[in-house]
Design a protein around this ligand. Sequence first.
Ligand code: SAH
Length: 227
Amino acid sequence: MRIDVLTLFPQMFEGPMGESIVKIARDKGAFDLHTHDLRDWTHDFHRTVDDSPYGGGAGMVMKVEPLVKAITAITAMDGRTPHIVFMAPVGRPYQQSIAAQYTQHERLLLVCGRYEGFDERAFDWADDCLSIGDYVLAGGELPAMVVIESVVRLLPSVLGNECSVVEESFAAGNDGLLEHPQYTRPAVFEGRAVPEVLLSGNHGEIEKWRRAAALERTKQRRPDLLA
Ligand code: SAH
């Protein structure tokens, strides 16, 4: 998979995209990451990417011309056509099933906003528009990194134990439920004992307990997932 990111802050990606699972995925060749500075597609002295909103009001709006120039140029950098995704609070809510679908694309182009967001006409170049939650961040870079990390850890060959992504929270293999509670040694810590069934070695009983605990926890914390 190839992932391109269009941003005003390419350097933000260097730390988070160079550690742990994402780094392993890159080293294994599961995906390559290409970040692009939007200002490279401006032609004026100040490399302007924003302007004041028509109709007045606070803040600045990202200009459509550099965005579309950049998207067109980045698309042409590789023979594969990218699935173009704009990050925006007005997008559809991002979730695990979308991450799973995105693993099927050979190429993604993630577009990060800043300021008050994009000139509405730029959305005509988007195949999808995603929000990572009902809150407003200063830019689309963290949302883009959320999408990248959640997608690449699902790519085949990235995580050693394939089961871990099948049975985790929100996964189809877990019926979209929250994951059951997990424990490791010691068996008792400050008077808190691990549920006995987990020490029993009886896999049938353990599975039953985990299923019931996952359902109970989902009912308590995320009843919306059960509906
Ligand atoms: N004025 C906009 C918010 C702009 S925030 C509004 O009220 O909807 C600036 C940029 O940050 C956005 O263009 C988007 O790229 C990014 N961003 C902020 N919050 C986000 C979220 N919850 N999900 C995805 N992107 C977000």
